[in-house]
Design a protein. Structure first.
Length: 316
């Protein structure tokens, strides 16, 4: 099945009305301008099942419903339970939009243009839902994460295929600490953070975010400093090792005959020379490592273009 519907999708409409449109002279002659320049074009629009308490503003398949907390049928939500202080505003476009009319079947026998539909947080195309009292995570089937699920509290939820938040002069997400009390009058003193959950994994093992400045401090004063100090120690060791190898290669013994010094061992000189050359290569490698470590320390500072901390985004 395609990710997109046809640009003009009139399936689900009243068959007689659809046949009349398709048989009109404008359509058959290929000169129909229905829908162009934001003019009206007939399409399938489910009728909304309005409750007694709701006021509805509707045009085409876009709705603003002022009422009480109601995620589904009349009995749902805190409005369905008869609670007070449960006002809601439901802004929605594209009711039952992700149903492929004519292919899938509308749930609960909603297969006719004349049958009214309830709010549906799964099938509707895009929604901003504002409620004075709701179980918002349950309504949208969200993972509890570390923050947990909100129960019987005020909430705002946004849902669509894509959501963009644009701030001309910045965006802040503040997760707690602004008010002494919550919407129910209870204390709201606990500091609660932000969960970023990809894929809405219900049992996701969420891990804490890394704080950039503390990471830089740990790397500079811990890992990189230890590496630098080790390079210093190893460098000194290699210098002494080279001196030792030179002494071994050039040493001689006193002959028992007339105490005449013997010449150094040709075999030992050859092996020692090879080892000394290898030691020099190791010494140079140690110096390079030392330089790299110090360079990385510089790159950890915010003056470097390779600084690992963002200049724009911050968290606690």
């Amino acid at each position: 099945m395609s990710d997109y519907k046809n640009n003009i999708n009139q399936t689900g409409m009243n068959p007689e009305l659809l046949a009349g449109i398709q048989q009109s002279s404008a359509v058959t002659n290929g000169i129909s301008n229905l829908g162009f320049n934001n003019t009206h074009i007939p399409e399938f629009i489910p009728e909304f099942k309005k409750s007694q308490v709701e006021s509805v503003i509707n045009n085409n398949n876009s709705f603003i419903v002022l009422g009480k907390d109601r995620p589904a049928n009349f009995a749902s939500g805190y409005g369905g339970k008869g609670h007070t202080q449960a006002a809601s505003i439901d802004i929605v476009v594209g009711r039952y939009s992700n149903i492929q009319y004519g292919v899938d079947v509308l749930p609960s026998s909603r297969t006719s243009e004349t049958q009214a539909v309830d709010p549906d947080f799964l099938y509707d195309a895009a929604r901003i839902y504002i409620s004075q009292k709701s179980d918002i995570d349950e309504y949208f089937g969200l993972s509890a994460g570390k923050v947990g699920n909100s129960k019987g509290k005020s909430a705002i939820a946004l849902k669509a295929d894509g959501i963009r938040i644009i701030g001309r002069e910045g965006v802040k997400i503040v997760s707690s600490g602004t008010d002494k009390n919550n919407s129910q009058g209870g204390e709201s003193t606990a500091t609660v953070g932000v969960d970023l959950i990809a894929g809405n994994v219900i049992d996701a093992e969420l891990e804490p975010m890394v704080l950039g400045n503390k990471l830089v401090s740990f790397l500079n004063n811990g890992v990189l400093t230890n590496m630098s100090e080790f390079a210093d120690i190893f460098y000194k060791f290699m210098v002494q090792q080279i001196k030792y190898n030179v002494l071994i290669a050039t040493h001689n013994h006193i002959s028992p005959f007339f105490a005449i010094p013997n010449t150094p061992s040709p075999t030992l000189i050859g092996e020692a020379t090879t080892q000394i050359m290898s030691d020099f290569e190791t010494l140079i490698g140690t110096l390079k490592n030392k330089i790299n470590v110090e360079t990385q320390k510089i790159e950890m500072t915010n003056v470097s273009i390779n600084h690992i901390c963002s200049n724009y985004h911050h968290l606690n």
